[in-house]
Each structure stands twice: as structure tokens, then as C-alpha cells.
Design a protein around this ligand. Structure first.
Ligand code: CUA
Length: 190
């Protein structure tokens, strides 16, 4: 090897070493960033409990409080807010058929009397778990009128597959007209 070739070899080796070092640093930075994200999210969520935890005694639901039978269903509050209250039990929802207005915010408040249940309203983002002892709540909006199926989506026992409810989404004007007379609205189960 001539002295010149040796120089070229040394030079290219130096370039390779430099590139390797650069990539090693980049990879270490990526790993460090991922670890920092894991530590941050872990500590953050451990230090920050869910923003709201509302508890209720599942043994006394039917005796007093907002989940007594004649308080279940849909209400239009004095402030114009629509609230749906329901309970889940093995193996049905109460009420079995819910009425909601289209195009208005609807707040659900629900809980379970026995096992863990849940429901999803088809073709919408309404999706919640119902755990005995806790009140689940969320607010959503139904854009299309018509009937939606509402199956239980947490395995809750032998009757799970038969646990269904229905949601009737009606035009807002029709809902508001009906809501004036009826305190707690629901539709007749079929
Ligand atoms: Cu209730 Cu599955």
C-alpha cells in the first residue's frame, strides 16, 4: 500500500467512525426521549386520579337517590339540559328504551346494580363501562334521528348476549314538545 492509499483508508475510516458515533448519539437520544415519556406519563397519571370519581352505594339504588325507578329516563332540566339516567342489571337496562333529541347535547348518568356492564350506542361515540359503586357520566350528541341499538358490551354473565337496550333519537322540536308534559321520558320496550 502506498502512503497515499493509507491516508485514504484512514480518512474513510474516520468518516465511518464519525457517522457511527453520530447515529449512536441519535439513537440514544430517541431512547432517552421514550424513557422520559414513559416516566412522565406514568408519574403524571399516578399523581392525577381521574378528573371525577362519583361513587354510590349499589345496594341502595332502588331505595333513594337519583337512580330510584321513577327518576330513570330522560329529563329536560329547567336550564334546558337533557339528562338520561339509567341503570344496568343482569340482564337488562332500565329503561330498556331511551328517548333523546337529535342535535342537542345529551348527558348520560348511569350505574350498575350488580356486575360490571357497559353499553355502546351503535354508529355513535357513546360508549361507557358501568361499574357497581360508581356513576358513569358522559355527554354526547346524536346527529341522526332514528332508532339505535344499545348492547351491553362487557361480559356480565350467561345472559350477556341478550342484554340490549334501544335509543330513539327524535327531532329536537318533537322531543322538546313532548318533554314539556312528561317528567321522565322513555319509550315503551318492544
Ligand atoms: Cu350486561 Cu353484558
Amino acid at each position: 500500500m502506498t502512503p497515499m492509499n493509507t491516508d485514504v483508508a484512514h480518512a474513510s475510516e474516520a468518516v465511518a467512525v464519525e457517522a457511527e458515533r453520530r447515529w449512536a448519539i441519535i439513537v440514544m437520544l430517541i431512547i432517552a426521549m421514550l424513557l422520559a415519556m414513559m416516566v412522565f406519563t406514568g408519574l403524571h397519571w399516578a399523581a392525577m386520579p381521574p378528573s371525577r370519581v362519583e361513587t354510590i352505594d349499589p345496594r341502595k339504588l332502588h331505595i333513594a337517590g337519583e337512580f330510584v325507578e321513577d327518576n330513570l329516563g330522560t329529563t329536560l332540566g329547567a336550564d334546558g339540559k337533557v339528562t338520561v339516567r339509567l341503570i344496568a342489571q343482569q340482564y337488562s337496562f332500565e329503561p330498556q328504551c331511551l328517548v333523546v333529541p337529535a342535535g342537542m347535547p345529551v348527558t348520560f348518568r348511569a350505574t350498575s346494580t350488580d356486575a360490571v356492564h357497559g353499553f355502546v350506542v351503535d354508529k355513535t361515540n357513546a360508549n361507557v363501562m358501568l361499574i357497581p359503586g360508581f356513576i358513569a357520566t358522559f355527554t354526547t350528541r346524536f346527529d341522526k334521528t332514528g332508532e339505535r341499538l344499545m348492547p351491553c358490551h362487557e361480559y356480565c354473565g350467561t345472559g350477556h348476549a341478550a342484554m340490549w337496550g334501544r335509543v330513539q333519537v327524535m327531532p329536537a322540536e318533537e322531543f322538546l314538545a313532548k318533554a314539556k308534559g312528561a317528567e321522565r321520558m322513555h319509550c315503551v320496550p318492544r
